[in-house]
Design a protein. Structure first.
Length: 140
């Protein structure tokens, strides 16, 4: 049974589920920062996904990336699967703007997170639900 890593659970807001991945919002309003987590047990690396799941994973990443680019209009999209602190397979999508607080360095560990307000979370949730009509809500 799929279980989200406790660190991801604590640092993110669940927006819903794609066919394969759970869509998370990093609770840091400084950057448009979303995370995809394949809902499969005991995965640490992308190559551990089945062929079909790997195709679906990249399709979901692509859909998220295209939407993020349109909605947030950033200068650069950073996509990364590091796993140094959280070994569960997850893929970060971070929209970056020239001059953002960490530019041009990585966002990880740069500064304290600025949590979203309840109103900001609800707005993003509504936009995501409209954009990704196949996404189902999952309560944290």
């Amino acid at each position: 049974m799929f279980e989200l890593d406790p660190r991801l659970q604590n640092d993110t807001i669940t927006l819903g589920d794609f066919p394969l991945c759970r869509l998370l919002l990093m609770n840091d309003a400084t950057y448009p920062w979303f995370i995809l987590v394949p809902q499969r047990d005991d995965l640490q690396e992308i190559y551990q996904l089945s062929n079909d799941d790997r195709k679906q994973f990249w399709e979901e990443s692509n859909r998220l990336s295209l939407w993020m680019e349109r909605f947030f209009k950033f200068d650069k999209l950073n996509i990364a699967a590091l796993g140094n602190l959280v070994s569960q397979l997850h893929l970060h999508h971070v929209g970056r703007r020239v001059g953002d607080p960490a530019w041009p360095n990585p966002v990880w560990g740069h500064s304290a997170a600025v949590p979203y307000t309840a109103m900001e979370i609800e707005k993003l949730y509504q936009v995501v639900q409209i954009e990704f009509v196949d996404l189902s809500r999952v309560d944290n």
